[in-house]
Design a protein around this ligand. Structure first.
Ligand code: BDR
Ligand code: CA
Length: 312
């Protein structure tokens, strides 16, 4: 059984917002190989207050209000918050656990050394704070799995040089990359290939199962929003965050390569990665720095295998 802390910037349930964090949570709860010990929230897709309320509401809908939810960082480490959300009318306010997300991560990992996998599917602010709070955090983690980054050199989006979670808080990503934790990175290169179509979303919406119907409705609305905004990849949306959750129990869906990764924290290429797969046949000499891997990068995905697992 894989025990996880899931760190989310969940916006499913707010109109016009990305829905994949909600599916990541639902998938983690449904996977018999995963036990969700804690859920932590972070600013990103929406402000952290909205993310926390929507997370508590989704757990309630899924009958799992027993899982503690810890509210996390209000904004990136040094940069302003970029997105705000709104909790729709009628969603009741429930209180999260009083302990802040980064402190809860530190305490839980320290109490269970070698047992806990953190799955981070939003900006890395909470994870970076946990690393800074506890020098033994990195060593005590079982594994860190991250949805973030883009590794093939193409940015995929005209609006930002890298990928949103890393662009949002590149300094936090830098702390993670230099922490000694060789995280598994599930980046846009692979997540853009795992998609749910508008037809599948509408079929979910028609289901008599409450979560399926709710999730289908918001997914169809999100795809409509993307259709209006984008000129390509219409009529479907990517399941970025669920792929990172699936990587915990099904790493074989992805092809992994060790790499040395650095993140750009300057403004021009904010959040872009420079990745060296260390596969050069040049022997290091005294004029060159010898690099060792600090990441395990997903380079390819079996999209069909994931898609079947996800829909099931
Ligand atoms: C990431 O950004 C958010 O929009 C998604 O939830 C995902 O975590 C993809 O770039
Ligand atoms: Ca996310």
């Amino acid at each position: 059984m894989e025990r996880i802390i899931l760190d989310v910037d969940l916006a499913m349930g707010a109109p016009g917002s990305d829905i994949d964090d909600g599916f990541a949570l639902a998938l983690a709860l449904a996977d018999p190989g995963i036990q969700v010990d804690l859920v932590t929230t972070v600013n990103g897709n929406t402000d952290v207050a909205t993310a926390t309320t929507l997370t508590l509401e989704l757990l309630h809908q899924l009958g799992r209000s027993d899982i503690p939810v810890h509210r996390g960082a209000l904004r990136p480490l040094i940069r302003p918050q970029t997105r705000h959300g709104m909790v729709p009318e009628g969603v009741p306010a429930r209180e999260p656990h009083p302990t802040a997300a980064a402190v809860a991560m530190v305490d839980h990992v320290r109490a269970n050394p070698g047992e806990i996998t953190v799955v981070a599917v939003g900006p890395l602010t909470n994870v970076a704070l946990a690393i800074r709070l506890d020098p033994s955090f990195a060593a005590n983690l079982k594994q860190l799995v991250i949805m973030g980054g883009v590794f093939d050199g193409h940015t995929h989006r005209a609006s930002m040089p890298g990928e949103f979670n890393i662009w949002n808080d590149p300094e936090a990503a830098d702390i993670v990359l230099t922490s000694g934790i060789a995280a598994r990175w599930v980046g846009l290169d692979v997540t853009l290939q795992v998609r749910v179509s508008r037809g599948e979303a509408k079929a979910m919406e028609a289901s008599d199962k409450p979560f399926e119907s709710f999730a289908g409705r918001y997914t169809a609305a999100w795809i409509d929003h993307l259709n209006l905004r984008n000129t390509e990849q219409v009529d479907s949306c990517a399941m970025h965050d669920p792929l990172a959750v699936a990587a915990v129990t099904h790493p074989e869906f992805l092809t992994w390569a060790p790499a040395y990764v650095q993140v750009e924290t300057g403004d021009r290429m904010r959040g872009a990665f420079v990745t060296d797969y260390l596969d050069s046949d040049w022997a290091p000499d005294e004029s060159r720095v010898s690099l060792s891997p600090n990441a395990l990068v997903a380079r390819a995905v079996d999209a069909a295998a994931f898609h079947e697992f996800f829909l099931t």
